[in-house]
Ligand binder design. Sequence first.
Ligand SMILES: *[C@@H]1O[C@H](CO)[C@@H](O)[C@H](O)[C@H]1NC(C)=O
Ligand SMILES: *[C@@H]1O[C@H](CO)[C@@H](O)[C@H](O)[C@H]1NC(C)=O
Ligand SMILES: *[C@@H]1O[C@H](CO)[C@@H](O)[C@H](O)[C@H]1NC(C)=O
Length: 279
Amino acid sequence: MRTQFTILLCTLHSIACAGPALFTNEARTPQVASRRLRPAVEDDLDDIVTVFLDAFKPSAGWQYAHSHDDDYTDYTWTCTRQFFQGEWESLHPSRTFINVIAVPRDGGQHHDDNLRGESVVSFGVWNWMKPQEEVADSSFPFRPHQLHAAPGGKCSEHLDVNTTRAADLAQQLSLAVEKYIRNLTEPQLYLNLLATHPDWDGHGFGARQVEVGLKEATRVGMPVTLLASPAGWPLYDSLGFRSLANITHEMFDGLGTLWSEYMRWDEKESGVRSALIVQ
Ligand SMILES: *[C@@H]1O[C@H](CO)[C@@H](O)[C@H](O)[C@H]1NC(C)=O
Ligand SMILES: *[C@@H]1O[C@H](CO)[C@@H](O)[C@H](O)[C@H]1NC(C)=O
Ligand SMILES: *[C@@H]1O[C@H](CO)[C@@H](O)[C@H](O)[C@H]1NC(C)=O
């Protein structure tokens, strides 16, 4: 599936993802000789943090809550890395899977099983969800709005964040998750977070990640749900997701609203089987 849409997709938390351009600049896009989609390993976390920050920082939601970002670039990276490490360590493997797309660092071909020679440029975090189940926050790993809870030392001070704004946005997002994602009547696969490094837009990496999730869900007969950011919405729409609810998030100081869209994909309803033809 080739798509011109930028594959900066984010889900809910990607409310944070409002900003990026919707069309890629092909000329800027690096050539890719070889790439690999595989489960994430702990050694990927450095790259994942960089992908995450570079993808989310331009968005309206991030800019709103992280008003002091530019003064604290290293601090933000280090504290996000620390937060992601904690999330990684509390992951429940039966509940969550994370896929990455990696490309060779030297721009050449992949060498078998040599993960050190490649860098991660895209990642997706998925949750298996069941009804009537107490789901802890740790079951929704890596969500930007949980960052404000990042533990420990200097990172607890959140120097880069306007905590008034961040806490309020987190509260609004949590309510949306409560209502649309946790309050289930049937088991489903939830796309929690998806991001591609902006330097790697235009290769269909986001679409590829989603298609793998759709296949997994189809295999076990479940629908796929997500909360799409404005930047991610066109991709999900093109893959046959239905838009079911538009969620509006008010900002302080008359700055207007952010939005996200509750979306659902079901093999039986989507009629977009071609979405499952992957490269
Ligand atoms: C959960 O869903 C039920 C109906 O399916 C609805 O009555 C209830 O208000 C929902 N709860 C939340 C928190 O949205
Ligand atoms: C959701 O609502 C906002 C206005 O609050 C609108 O700008 C946006 O286009 C809507 N999204 C979709 C997918 O319809
Ligand atoms: C933080 O955000 C609140 C609400 O928008 C605003 O009133 C306050 O001035 C901001 N604080 C700083 C230090 O930017």
